[in-house]
Design a binder for this molecule. Sequence first.
Ligand SMILES: C[S@@+](CC[C@H](N)C(=O)[O-])C[C@H]1O[C@@H](n2cnc3c(N)ncnc32)[C@H](O)[C@@H]1O
Length: 722
Amino acid sequence: MGRRAKNKQGDPTPLDVNGKPFRKLGKRKAEAGDDSLSKRPVKKLKETEGKTDKVKNKEKELKPKKVTLVKEKTPSAKSKPSSASAKVKSSSTKGKRKQELESDEDEGVEDGGTSEGWEDVEEDIEVQKKSLFHDSDDDANGFIGDLDDLDIDEIIDDDDVLRGPVQELDLGSDDEDEVDLAPVRLIGKKSKQLERPSKIIPTGSDESDSDASDEEDEEERVTMANMEARSRALDEKAAREAELDLEEMQKAALAGEEEDEDFEDEEGEEGEGEGAGPFQLPTAEEREEEKAAGGPQVHVVQRRMRECVRVLSNLKRYAGKGRSRSEYVQQLISDIANYYGYNDFLAEKLFLLFPVSEAIEFFEANEVPRPVTIRTNTLRTRRRDLAQALINRGVNLEPIGKWTNIGLQVFESNVPIGATPEYLAGHYMLQAASSFLPVIALSPQPGERVLDMASAPGGKTTHMSALMQNTGVVFANDANKARTKSLTANVHRLGCKNVVVCSYDGREFPKVMGGFDRVLLDAPCSGTGVISKDASVKTNKSDRDFALLSHLQKQLILCAIDSVAPDSKTGGYLVYSTCSVTVDENEAVVDYALRKRPNVKLVETGLEFGVPGYTKYRGKTFNPSVSMTRRFYPHVHNMDGFYVAKFKVERRSKVKPKEEKFNVNGEAMNVDGEQEASGFNSDEDRIYIQESKRKAMKAKGLRVAPRNKLAPPVSTAVKAAA
Ligand SMILES: C[S@@+](CC[C@H](N)C(=O)[O-])C[C@H]1O[C@@H](n2cnc3c(N)ncnc32)[C@H](O)[C@@H]1O
């Protein structure tokens, strides 16, 4: 493989001069995603002849080498990227880079943090944990928290969502931050998005690296001093390569046309070639034959996907006679599932999120790893010092983008990035760029009391701790006890002294404790935003999984809201996030929370980029304010797929439910303190209230006290009352 095809990944979305992000596009972008189809590795397709050189070359050549950056999509521009795309150099000049590296001086911890004393943290945490929680585990009959805090109306109202098992879900999967301590050997130039995953982070044994690494090994080591020259050289090289790419793409396009003509001649389909009028879908018999032959051939499915995209762009003009849109859509989804290796259900679910050609880009982007990024731990160092230390070790890196002053993107490294002395000393966290976002949105302040409801392995917890400058307290909770080990390890390594680790089901909050200034719910999710990291998602998720997950997320979000102190002087915020792109797990959950908790409202996330959340989706209409939430996509932002919503929690309405008002005689009163005119049997109602409290507690998985022996069971009481 030629050097240009190797190990290239794009920068995370850079920003334009106005601070707005650009979107990177390859040539194919301007052509309704067509080209992208030619270069994909095939998972399930029949590999009849393997890849001929011609096909291989075509795949390589059609990769979008020329980095053209286009302003980020707005919803209205979603399917049609601006044609007036601005070409922007992908690498920075020294001035810019230096400026960015220096910018964190302002916000960095001046003393650069210290490693002294952090060995004691484990002990401290253990002591705090014991004093805070040891009772609740052993208390066989004990309620957790105070029953009187429960809002009966809401409990009953929420009952529908509070029922049902969730334990079948595998909730242990994680999107980031699990550090692979094996040497990460990143060789080659800056990687671009949409290259093959296997080449993005090649191992030392990867022979195909040789031509690139030979040449680059001779290059001088990157230092702060030679950064500018190197950066310029890289830019020039990128420009040269871009020219070559253009040439290659043109050649490839020509070759492709010839190939298709050959194919059409063979098949006797003259007049129905790509771009040449109507495209006929395969008949049922042809599909059966295809199946019997072990699936379609690679070039057939590629071509068919291109054709379907073309037809769907102008159905009237290109559809075969009597064929409907849905037939082309179904064929395309089936081919996508085959080609990229998804189950049909998920292929369809993800396909429907986007306009047709954008969907192909999304699937393409899932085949490519995202850039390797690290977060500077400002409790221990400053970004410029960290950059210098890593540069001295032969790591090629640069700031992620203007939106963060603590992130660095690693392009190449001769040392294992997960085991450098700086890593071990807690100077940085290996962390996906997307996972910075919810913490930036939450913006925890020094001295606050913060809850990270689902926190393991602690990427966001440790980020929050650093933003709070090791003051206040972060309760880092995770239901999975095993995962709290890596959480605790990270907390120690990064020197976070304001973190208390605990392990409860998030649905037990706020009964465990409440009154937080800010809460982060980085919810357990399907991981459809991180398919490039975990391809198993492509096949192991079903309709039922999404239903169960969404159910759990709804339960968790209500508990997260109720854990926020509405009267917090400095905060009163909740951030909900997932590393999933499905509407069920995002907008639908947020909309549910808005409906169930009238005391919360959405506010702007404060993030400078991202696509607004859906307010309408496939027949569902959400609260218009859901447009304030933000979606992030691999194909748009070159980040993991992610979702962030920020809520402000306000005081609940003072009007209490009637049944909670009793006079001194235990007689029910109306809101004005007058006795209810209608007859009211408070004893009878108390039984109902007690029973519904029990039911809600049980459904929440909380321990319930034995029924009051004096109180008859509801059925008996009802009979007696009748
Ligand atoms: C997306 S991961 C969290 C990643 C973490 N915020 C970070 O930045 O490192 C979701 C976490 O939710 C935890 N989880 C699953 N169900 C939970 C529940 N009912 N309550 C609390 N945590 C739960 C999982 O164990 C998992 O660690």
